[in-house]
Design a protein. Structure first.
Length: 256
């Protein structure tokens, strides 16, 4: 088990490696144009335009971290780190986030997705890093299992690696049907844990740090970070920080 968890943790490092350049770009952009992030400063001129450009460049990656996880985890877990698995991970991500979106769920299962309910919030935030990691795992497993598939001559075109995306799509449909009932429960647990740790203030920060250190041997501390750093469950500490929000706006110590 530890071996598999460490392999997953190592795969997570591939998309996580994109974060430093995001921070550098957004930091430089903020130095040139703080007004873009809601702080006081000029709102025109070359420095503002350049800063705006750099902030949006960095934000493009941070805002799509879940997709980077889907592709990066799939490639990282695939045999020989083949890019075909990355495509399969993206296929799984696109299908899952579409099938479990509020627009689709409210039609196929209206009772599970009523507006202004916890379930509605859960499905509205389905495009998150946890689902990205799951999509990457599905893509990698399908690649490793079916990359050598041999089909009858009439379907020979779809043999080998070309079969991976097809199998991934089928598996993703099944997983999405399961998540239709499971995801709201998982989301509720994540929200409860997140709010409990935030509510403990300094003790909560210590507990978070303890859990973070505890997960380092497996590399899965990045999954825990996503609960608090990004808008996975409505916290999004980094999003709030770069948006110029304070504790008065969010209810927690932004940046801490």
């Amino acid at each position: 088990m530890m071996k598999h968890l460490q392999k997953l943790g190592k795969a997570l490092m591939l998309p996580v490696a994109c974060l430093p350049i995001c921070g550098i770009l957004m930091g430089l952009g903020y130095a040139l144009a703080p007004a873009v992030m809601g702080a006081a400063g000029a709102t025109e001129g070359f420095a503002y335009v350049l800063g705006f450009f750099l902030i949006k460049a960095g934000g493009a990656l941070i805002d799509n971290m879940a997709i980077l996880f889907a592709i990066g985890v799939a490639v990282g877990l695939a045999d020989n780190n083949d890019g075909t698995a990355g495509l399969a991970g993206l296929v799984s991500w696109l299908m899952m986030t579409n099938l479990l979106s509020t627009g689709v769920v409210s039609v196929i299962a209206p009772a599970l997705c009523q507006p202004d309910t916890t379930n509605w919030v859960a499905f509205s935030k389905i495009a998150n890093p946890f689902i990205g990691i799951l999509a990457g795992i599905i893509g990698a497993i399908c690649y490793n299992k079916f990359k050598g598939t041999k089909l009858p001559d009439v379907l020979a075109f779809f043999s080998g690696k070309r079969a991976v995306a097809i199998v991934t799509a089928v598996v993703t449909i099944i997983v999405s049907a399961i998540l239709l009932f499971v995801w709201p429960i998982v989301f509720g647990v994540l929200v409860s844990i997140g709010q409990a740790i935030v509510g403990l203030d300094a003790i909560g920060a210590g507990l978070y740090a303890f859990l973070n250190r505890l997960l380092i041997p497996t590399g899965l501390h990045h999954a825990l970070n996503n609960v608090f750093w990004f808008d996975t469950i409505g916290l999004g500490d980094l999003t709030a920080y770069w948006g110029g929000l304070t504790a008065a706006d969010t209810g927690w110590s932004v940046g801490m």
